[in-house]
Design a protein around this ligand. Structure first.
Ligand code: GBH
Length: 467
């Protein structure tokens, strides 16, 4: 049979999760609260008052979840390590029981022939470090590097890929700018300081990882960004300038330090009324630019922007995640069907992003470390969980990855978000991203149609039909 969309041999097929979203066991084995425990337990912050106290109970169901991964046939599994399990106060020695959990997970994966891909920070900062100032505070970057070293010493011989941070944009700008994520602060300057200290933390952690990893293991060191696939709504220079501003404060604020050791000049100008950037010290940007082995990108939807009308809706003074850009930019709804998050389905955005990175970062291998969609699924009378829209979404986006590969983007793997239905941050359990359904009352797992479809794609190494 011919297969028009075959992926290259060795292409990495994975699924992704994050500690706070699936583990539960929030008070076990020495784990202390992270900013997400505090935030979710604060009334009004998370829909329905949901918390990650139990989540998908993955902490106690690790073997069952590894068996699911084995059924899918994935080559890789991306998970995150909870800092407050490993180093509860963000200082001092590691907690053995916390490390043991991840050691068991990594060993179980390897026995199943699955490469462990570990993220050190998927947003669960130890609360004590937030109390000491959090990411806007420089010291947090040094704390993170120490934790990275502890994790690498304990797990370095069994993790294939180390990702320092997941989506530092969200950590900085949703956590400290718009306040819709933990710790829920709303200050443009705090968000910009946080972004810089996350870049610094990343670079310091790369150094700590390289020092701690056994030289015999060729571990890959990486970073995951949620880069905006940006479109200006017209060629009008004012609309193009709006896109430039968002590109600066969402994309290049991370790409330039990490890959070029510099801050975007235009970003510094755009934010001059917010900060003079004096928190950036000599040497910080060189530290942030420590060489890495690949870049992970998470993609869900594209973003379209136009110039704001003066005094228009974006001039509201509401907290926003777009420090320095909010008065200049209007977000234009992208056409197309919507997911349950109300995010547009537009696979071309993923192609555009991968091709941009092919051009902007030659020689940097790319991983799609998250892509997927929330939909309400339903069980038919036989108990089969139907999610045809998710299958269509995944098919279209894998098609976009294939097109980017054909056009020379060096994409090494694809990680579907998510293995399991889980705690979707500010939306709690109201949004389901899993290809495996979780009944949170019983913790019963049921493969959705999308899981069977993905297993077939992996077994075949590609798609039978163009999207
Ligand atoms: C990822 O973040 C996370 O890594 C993962 O934990 C999460 O469960 C998953 O995606 C699904 O949400 O203009 O402020 O409205 C998602 C990143 C960033 C995507 C914010 C939507 C809207 C930007 N999200 N973005 S805003």
């Amino acid at each position: 049979m011919t297969m028009p969309l075959r992926f290259p041999p060795g292409f990495r097929w994975g699924t992704a999760t994050a500690a706070y979203q699936i583990e539960g066991a929030a008070r076990e084995d020495g784990r202390t609260p992270s900013i997400w425990d505090t935030f979710s337990r604060t009334p009004g912050r998370v829909r329905n008052g949901d918390t990650g106290d139990i989540a998908a109970d993955h902490y106690h169901r690790t073997a069952e979840d590894i068996a699911l991964l084995r059924r899918l046939g994935v080559t890789d599994y991306r998970f995150s390590i909870a800092w407050p399990r490993v180093q509860p106060t963000g200082r001092g020695p590691a907690v053995q029981k916390g490390l043991d959990f991840y050691r068991r997970l990594a060993d179980g994966l390897r026995e199943a022939g699955i490469r462990p891909v570990a993220t050190l920070y998927h947003w669960d900062l130890p609360q004590e470090l937030e109390d000491a100032g959090g990411w806007p505070q420089r010291e947090t970057a040094y704390r993170f590097a120490e934790y990275a070293g502890l994790a690498a010493e304990a797990l370095g011989d069994r993790v294939a890929t180390w990702t320092t941070l997941n989506e530092p944009w969200c950590a900085a700008f949703l956590g400290y700018g718009s306040g819709v994520h933990a710790p829920g602060r709303t200050s443009d300057v705090a968000a910009l300081r946080a972004a810089h200290h996350l870049n610094l933390a990343h670079g310091l952690a790369v150094g700590a990882l390289r020092d701690a990893l056994p030289s015999a293991t060729a571990a890959e060191v990486s970073l995951t960004l949620n880069l905006q696939a940006l479109r200006a709504s017209s060629d009008d220079p004012r609309d193009r300038d709006a896109a430039r501003r968002i590109d600066a404060v969402a994309n290049r604020i991370f790409l330039d330090p990490v890959f070029h050791g510099r801050l975007p000049k235009d970003l510094v100008e755009d934010t001059a009324a917010v900060t003079d950037w004096s928190f950036v010290r000599d040497g910080d940007l060189a530290t942030a630019a420590a060489p890495i082995d690949s870049l992970g990108i998470n993609y869900y939807s594209p973003t379209e922007v136009a110039a704001a009308d003066p005094g228009g809706a974006d001039d509201s003074g509401e907290p926003s995640p777009w420090a320095g850009a909010e008065r200049h930019v209007r977000f234009v709804p992208v056409a197309g069907p919507r997911t349950a998050m109300d995010w547009p389905v537009d696979a071309d955005g993923l192609y555009e992003l991968l091709v941009r990175l092919r051009d902007d970062l030659p020689g940097v291998p790319l991983l799609v470390t998250e892509n997927g969609a929330a939909y309400d699924d339903y069980a038919d009378p036989s108990g089969q969980v139907k999610d045809p829209e998710r299958v269509a979404y995944l098919h279209a986006h894998l098609g976009a990855v294939h097109r980017a590969l054909a056009d020379g983007a060096d994409v090494r793997g694809y990680f579907l978000w998510s293995l399991l239905d889980n705690f979707e941050w500010a939306y709690g359990y109201s949004k389901r991203f899993g290809i495996v359904h979780v009944d949170f009352a019983t913790q019963r797992r049921t493969l959705k149609d999308s899981a069977r479809w993905y297993a077939d794609v992996i077994a075949r190494g590609g798609l039978l039909t163009p999207s």
